[in-house]
Design a protein around this ligand. Structure first.
Ligand SMILES: NC(=O)c1ccc[n+]([C@@H]2O[C@H](COP(=O)([O-])OP(=O)(O)OC[C@H]3O[C@@H](n4cnc5c(N)ncnc54)[C@H](O)[C@@H]3O)[C@@H](O)[C@H]2O)c1
Ligand SMILES: [Zn+2]
Length: 407
């Protein structure tokens, strides 16, 4: 065979800053970042802001515009600030991606210009997809404003929007130019958004760091009481674990079929769709983790004491471990509304053979390539009973009525 072999290596570096008051004039992070990285100054910039952030921080757009004026040697605002809906609606289809493309075009941004996106994980995903596909990639600075976006999604290398009834069907691997985690956005989050991002920290702890898991157990009451200092620790530690995995896990662009950071996510992604996004991503991740940990326990891999600690922590953060949609069409695994169908959809999205993580203990995951559907259905039943027990205020004695592990 006549063939030329080639290997292409590209190194990506991006900083993740932790700060407060990113748009106060005295805050150096944004303008020094841009001034230090641009061939032409001032650099053209547009901003895309989540309308939920605008509602909760009424001065955010004016503050950003004032910041650009105060640092006009570095930053030139090249178009009006674009305020888009926050939440999953912004990434359902291409409508808002089109708006960002249009704004990039109208502002005549070049590949060394900046799109600054301020918002939750959904808005960052949609704006990121637009920035990555205009001119094959305009620089993207992410300013995440939810716990989930700060401790997980914004520090990663992916973007995406939903299409054809599938989560993140369109999307690219595109490392950001920089990430700025500004803790002063978090206090205005609704309780559910404050808590739901903690599920991604629990996930990272379960697969990477048993010590962090123990800290989360100790912190759970203060997290629920909305202690900002403790949440900063959660965000920092979780973001660091995610970043370390991307940098050193050996497969940053997920070319293989294994995706450890998606522990618990096969059911989570399916549940987001089955509930028509009534549940947030982080809320479905809490359920997905509970499910795969229960499956690990019922399969005889995970000791009961570890399983109890995990379920206690998820419930202790105030997250559910069950949703009614989990129990639908379980006798028809190929039914599009059966959560079990999510296994095949997950396999298709990753490519190759089905690869899921399960747990041997907290901090010690391993891969499986097959799922025993009967055990999965029993796991779902265990979660239903646990959720019911919590809703009547007690789990005492429940364990005696639960099915026992197989081996
Ligand atoms: N790209 C990735 O690697 C990756 C990883 C994990 C999750 N995600 C995606 O992230 C999305 C979930 O993100 P999320 O949990 O941040 O939720 P979200 O983006 O849906 O935001 C939730 C709500 O919070 C509002 N909001 C945002 N910041 C606020 C603030 N500071 N104060 C008050 N309200 C605020 C938003 O307007 C929205 O109504 C999902 O679409 C998920 O698929 C992507
Ligand atoms: Zn996730």
């Amino acid at each position: 065979m006549d063939a030329l072999e080639q290997a292409v290596q590209v190194t990506f570096r991006f900083p993740v800053y932790f700060t407060t008051g990113v748009f106060t004039s005295a805050n150096p992070v944004l303008h020094t970042l841009i001034a230090g990285a641009s061939e032409r100054l001032p650099s053209d910039t547009i901003a895309v802001v989540d309308d939920g952030v605008v509602r909760a921080h009424a001065d955010v757009v004016a503050a950003f515009e004032g910041y650009c004026r105060d640092h006009s040697t570095a930053i030139r605002l090249a178009g009006p600030v674009l305020v888009l809906p926050g939440g999953e609606q912004v990434k359902n289809g291409l409508r808002y991606v089109d708006e960002v493309h249009r704004a990039i075009h109208d502002a005549a941004l070049c590949r060394q210009s900046y799109v600054i996106a301020v918002g939750g994980g959904a808005l960052l995903d949609a704006a990121g997809y637009a920035a990555a596909t205009a001119h094959r990639g305009v620089r993207m600075i992410r300013i995440p404003t939810t716990v989930l976006a700060q401790d997980d999604s914004a520090v990663g290398v992916k973007n995406g929007v939903n299409a054809f009834g599938t989560k993140n069907y369109f999307g690219t691997f595109a490392p950001p130019f920089a990430v700025i985690n500004d803790f002063s956005f978090l206090p205005t989050l609704a309780d559910r958004d404050w808590r739901s991002g903690v599920s991604e920290a629990i996930k990272a702890a379960l697969i990477k760091d048993a010590g962090f898991f123990a800290d989360l157990e100790a912190w759970a009451p203060t997290i629920v009481a909305r202690d900002a200092r403790v949440m900063e620790q959660v965000v920092r530690r979780s973001a660091a674990l995610h970043l370390a995995h991307i940098a050193r896990g050996g497969d940053p662009f997920e070319l293989g079929s294994s995706r450890p950071l998606d522990f618990g996510h096969w059911a989570a992604h399916k549940l987001e769709l089955l509930t028509d996004h009534r549940l947030r991503h982080g809320e479905t991740v809490g359920i997905g983790l509970a499910l795969d940990c229960t499956y690990s326990w019922l399969s005889g891999w995970l000791p009961e004491a570890d399983w109890r600690r995990i379920l206690d922590l998820i419930q202790g953060i105030g997250l559910s471990v069950y949703a009614p949609e989990l129990g639908e069409h379980l006798d028809q695994p190929d039914h599009p509304r059966s959560v079990l169908h999510g296994l095949e959809e997950f396999r298709e999205h990753l490519g190759g053979r089905l690869t899921l993580l399960m747990l041997r203990s907290i901090g010690r995951p391993f891969e499986v390539h097959e799922v025993d559907r009967k055990v999965m259905i029993r796991s779902i039943d265990v979660l239903r009973r646990l959720e019911e027990a919590r809703s009547v205020g007690s789990t005492a004695g429940l364990i005696h009525g639960l099915p026992r592990p197989q081996s």
